[in-house]
Design a protein around this ligand. Structure first.
Ligand code: IPM
Ligand code: MG
Length: 362
């Protein structure tokens, strides 16, 4: 097939892990006879330096003209001053909002060969296979008013947590549907004992559940969910939650898989989440990791697995995605480790070696 992909390397380790994903894409293209046309665009801090904005129109245009987007990471200490008007993260939020990428899908898998890379007991990690579905274009991230101001009694700030029925329904619909294709157990995470938006969320979830009788719907308060996720993670199948809760819980679930560097994600629009074609943005869940950037030691697996998700969800190329996933599993079984998953011993592979090994195995 012919497909065009917008590549947004971003900041920090973003460009490093993206290079390895491109290697893997090249390997897939030659093995399966596809033609991927790549267009590179700027986002985040590098875009602020070049254009004075974290998401220049030219980048957005390249993305809109592509079939899918593969992103690295944004942010870094250079742009971190809290008094800055423009922040690298604004670029990511704006692209999610502009392209209506309301559904963020974060699969959490535990590789048997990495069980010792986590601080949790091996028996807790047995049979862990979770899909977190995070609402991505609503809630505290985007609600207005959102501002800071001075008063005679001191400084004030406000963020607004707001959800419409439509926003809640469309993310829950996806969650019910995806649960139906898995172990049919959906946990809706909220804070209904305190938040009005959560009470609305839970009410709608209960109303919708009658349309999906095959799916068992549970509700869990977010504080309890944070605890159960490390106490009994194999109890979860699909988790659905609003934007901020999903952000926090998915960093926690990364511990289950050994490292933030392992987890991929897909952000989908309504068209792309209901069929297997349409716009999606694929990125590892880790950030720009300024502490290790520039050293060539970052783990590219989260980005490479995001590439597999792109092939499967945006292009319907399931065999190709599986080939990548099997290659990742294979090199982990062979014992190759970047520093983040080397369990305190010496890492035996750097970023580019992992990319070479995975693309070589395809
Ligand atoms: C994520 C990140 C982003 C978020 C940041 C970089 C804005 O933490 O994708 O999880 O909070 O959504
Ligand atoms: Mg996050």
């Amino acid at each position: 097939m012919d497909a065009s992909i917008a590549i947004l390397p971003g900041d920090g380790v973003g460009p490093e892990v993206i290079s390895e994903s491109i290697k893997v894409l090249d390997a897939v293209a030659s093995k399966f006879k596809h033609n991927f046309n790549l267009t590179i665009g700027d986002i985040g801090g590098c875009a602020i330096d070049k254009y004075g904005t974290a998401l220049p129109d030219i980048t957005l245009e390249k993305c809109s003209n592509s079939d899918a987007i593969l992103m690295g990471a944004v942010g870094g200490p250079k742009w971190d001053n809290p008094s800055n008007k423009i922040r690298p993260e604004d670029g990511l939020l704006k692209i999610r909002k502009s392209l209506k990428l309301f559904a963020n899908i974060r699969p959490v898998k535990v590789y048997p060969s990495l069980i010792n890379a986590t601080p949790l007991k091996p028996e807790i990690l047995k049979n862990v296979d979770i899909l977190v579905i995070r609402e991505l274009t609503g809630g505290l991230y985007f609600g207005k008013p959102k501002k800071r101001w001075d008063t005679s009694k001191g400084r004030r700030g406000v963020d607004t947590l707001k959800y419409s029925e439509h926003e809640i329904r469309r993310i829950l619909k996806l969650a019910f549907e995806l649960s139906g294709s898995r172990r049919k157990k959906l946990t809706s995470v909220d804070k209904q004992n305190v938040l009005e938006t959560s009470r609305l969320w839970r009410e709608i979830a209960i109303e919708m559940s009658s349309q999906y009788p095959e799916v068992e719907l549970n509700h869990m308060l977010v504080d309890n969910a944070a605890m159960q996720l490390i106490r009994n993670p194999s109890d979860f199948d699909v988790i659905v939650s609003e934007n901020t809760f999903g952000d926090i819980l998915t960093d926690e679930t990364a511990v289950l898989s050994g490292s933030m560097g392992m987890l991929p994600s897909a952000s989908l629009s309504e068209a792309s989440s209901s069929s297997s074609s349409g716009m999606g943005l694929f990125e590892p869940i880790h950030g720009s990791a300024p502490d290790i950037s520039g050293q060539g030691i970052a783990n590219p697996i989260g980005s490479i697995l995001s590439t597999a998700m792109m092939l499967r969800l945006s292009f319907n190329l399931n065999d190709e995605a599986l080939a990548i996933e099997k290659a990742v599993e294979g090199i982990l079984e062979d014992g190759y480790r970047t520093a983040d998953i080397s369990m305190g011993s010496q890492a035996n592979a750097d970023t580019s070696k992992i990319g070479d090994l995975i693309s070589g195995a395809i």
